[in-house]
Ligand binder design. Structure first.
Ligand SMILES: [Fe+2]
Ligand SMILES: [Fe+2]
Length: 288
């Protein structure tokens, strides 16, 4: 099915793209075990890269609880049955991400990476955000979901990131990336359906664009220091080159990031289904 085949209810706006018909997030229920033999630096044998993913993982349980609540708040107002189904899929997927990342975070904690402290800090920050208006809370979710879709489609699934990971650690990241791509427009479609303002959507993205990289950078530095790796210049240089030099994964996703600010933006302007299908076959096996 092409992006041009749209349900009438989710495609009736004048936007140039919309969520494809039948794009209901599938709730899979994997149970990843984490093997004690996994190398300390399980992504590319590199501390910086591994601790970047560890820092991101610590943010998922409190972050995803917030995303679910911000969408659930508006669930009773949604009359489109397909969007209702998509919301249930979104909530199911995010709830399972939290559960599996809690397990991963516990596994890493036992190996001396203090993610419990980061998780507590992030939970405190999310509680501050809960004081904002429900519309702005949903706009926050919409903005972060754009980040997670970019990370999934234009970082984890696009390059050989997963191939360079310990094969016992790659499946959880593949699964999470696939599902972030599948449900990337749910919060956005709810935001549009409730008449969320463009000003709030754009200004919230500006705030997220400062805070998310800032917190992540601070947390990665703290983890590097706690691991005694903060003077590992080779790892810093290699990681920064990977992100901003060659291949420059973050540099290359900037054009997609900026599309969010266009008045007619829709997350499905970028259709990554071919990439996701390939990743499902390779990494999800029976779960796909
Ligand atoms: Fe998620
Ligand atoms: Fe998500």
């Amino acid at each position: 099915m092409t992006a041009a085949a749209l349900t009438p209810s989710r495609a009736k706006s004048a936007r140039k793209a919309a969520t494809p018909a039948g794009m209901i997030p599938v709730v899979r229920r994997p149970d990843f075990g984490f093997n004690a033999d996994v190398a300390q630096w399980w992504w590319d044998n590199d501390p910086l890269k591994t601790l970047l993913l560890a820092a991101l993982s610590s943010s998922f349980p409190p972050g995803e609880r917030f995303f679910i609540d911000s969408v659930r708040h508006y669930q009773p107002q949604i009359t489109d049955p397909e969007l209702q189904k998509a919301i249930r899929g979104f909530i199911g997927q995010e709830a399972h991400h939290s559960r599996e990342h809690e397990a991963l975070n516990g596994f890493l904690q036992n190996r001396g990476i203090n993610l419990a402290r980061l998780e507590k800090e992030i939970a405190g920050f999310m509680n501050l955000l809960r004081k904002l208006s429900p519309e702005r809370q949903l706009a926050h979710t919409v903005a972060v979901e754009h980040f997670t879709a970019l990370m999934a489609e234009e970082f984890l699934l696009k390059y050989d990131v997963l191939d360079k990971m310990d094969p016992r650690m790659a499946p959880i990241w593949a699964w999470h990336a696939i599902e972030e791509s599948e449900h990337k427009a749910v919060a956005f479609d709810v935001y549009k359906a409730i008449g969320g303002s463009e000003f709030t959507r754009v200004t919230e993205m500006m705030a997220v664009s400062v805070l998310f990289p800032l917190f992540t950078s601070i947390h990665v530095y703290q983890l590097m220091k706690e691991a005694g790796e903060h003077r590992n210049w080779r790892s810093w240089a290699k990681g920064i080159d990977f992100m901003w030099g060659r291949p420059g994964v973050f540099r290359k996703l900037l054009p997609s990031y900026f599309k969010f600010y266009a008045p007619n933006f829709h997350p499905w302007d970028h259709d990554a289904r071919a990439l996701v299908e390939k990743a499902k076959k390779k990494w999800l096996g029976g779960l796909a």
